[in-house]
Design a protein around this ligand. Structure first.
Ligand code: X8Z
Ligand code: ZN
Length: 346
């Protein structure tokens, strides 16, 4: 197993931040980091939110209301303790939508802004539904919308919005590197996304007892993620409690579902956009047709069973990992070669 503190993320849930350490020799240097690009241009947290809004506007969505800009929390207040874990809010079931974040100028927060705005645009899109249907088709859908949009943050998209120099777009020989960087976030998250509720549900049904809370957490982390704490943990440690959703009592399977769904949405959008190249290079930025179709699904809210919503946008009624596997297929081929004859597992 790998030590959990070496993976570039406090919870070892997404590993993309240590991509530079594992980049393939020769072609691994992607030549840019979104955080560095934002910093170099002196972009502020507010600029980052504006960039997020601009993406949704490019799909034909109405601008965010004035109240969003007035009432959201973008920065960590200096004078009091707040919950900094990013969240999106729908205060009046109409258009008083807001986000609450402590935005830092880095790549993670740039993506998270798109994620949170996905919740807000979804909330506003279904606001005409009767009260009981004011929700996503299922909770995985709600978590998937913003991530699906963020998959369009390709090198060419960064050029289009003036963040990246055209000459710096990584050439085709960098595809494996781009995919590996993305897989370290998206694929490495899957076992984490699964195990959090394995633990929570075990606590709820009594199969995990208080005396074993930490032991079981560590066991699941090793079993699913192949990671271990950096040192011996005291018997009364409560490592699970460091994850926001555990004390916050937020179900977590939604994020596992979203990891799968977002690739289904993305593959469908790229097909609608008539994209011809490798899937991971596709951006549907500016595509009003995709936007209209997306809006049709979002407007449904929870008024129909989720397969109906999925069908409205993708044409399929089944949740499937195939789109995700298609996206990463070139990387899988490369990894199979790299790992040939090497020991597997931990
Ligand atoms: O909690 C979140 C969002 C708020 S709904 C920032 N996410 C999960 C996490 O941070 O653990 C997004 C990805 C997974
Ligand atoms: Zn979310």
């Amino acid at each position: 197993p790998i030590r959990a503190d070496l993976l570039g993320n406090m919870w070892a849930q997404e590993w993309g931040n240590i991509y530079p350490l594992v980049a393939p020799a020769g072609t691994g240097d992607l030549g840019y980091d979104i955080g560095d690009l934002l910093t170099a241009q002196g972009k502020t947290p507010l600029d980052m939110v504006k960039a997020g809004e601009n993406f949704y506007s490019s799909l034909g969505m109405a601008p965010l209301p004035e109240t969003f800009w007035k009432r959201s929390q973008f920065l960590k207040p200096a004078d009091r303790e707040v919950v900094c874990h990013a969240s999106a809010w729908d205060i009046d079931n109409k258009d008083d939508i807001r986000i609450k974040m402590c935005i830092k100028v880095n790549a993670d927060d740039f993506i998270t802004i798109h994620h949170e705005l996905g919740h807000n645009y979804y909330q506003r899109a279904y606001n005409k539904q009767p009260f009981l249907y004011l929700n996503g088709a299922n909770d995985g859908f709600h978590e998937a919308i913003g991530d699906f949009v963020a998959l369009s943050i390709t090198p060419q998209y960064l050029v289009d919005i003036g963040l990246l120099d055209k000459a710096k777009v990584p050439a085709a020989d960098k595809d494996i590197g781009l995919l590996l960087r993305q897989a370290m976030d998206k694929v490495a998250f899957l076992p984490f996304g699964l195990l959090v509720d394995r633990w929570r549900w075990g606590v709820f049904d009594g199969s995990i007892q208080p005396a074993d809370y930490n032991k079981k957490w560590t066991e699941l982390r090793t079993q699913y993620q192949g990671i271990v704490p950096p040192g011996e943990r005291p018997a009364n440690a409560f490592d699970a409690g460091a994850k926001f959703h555990i004390p916050g009592n937020t179900p977590y399977t939604r994020y596992f579902l979203a990891r799968v769904l977002q690739f289904q949405f993305y593959q469908a959008a790229c097909k609608q956009a008539g994209w011809k190249g490798p899937l991971h290079r596709c951006s549907f930025y500016g595509n009003k047709e995709v936007g209209a179709k997306l809006n049709a699904m979002l407007e449904m809210g929870a008024s129909k069973p989720w397969p109906d919503a999925l069908q409205a946008f993708t044409g399929s009624r089944e949740m499937s990992g195939k789109a995700m596997a298609d996206y990463f297929a070139p990387l899988k081929t490369w990894l199979d070669q790299q790992n040939k004859g090497k020991p597997q597992g931990w």
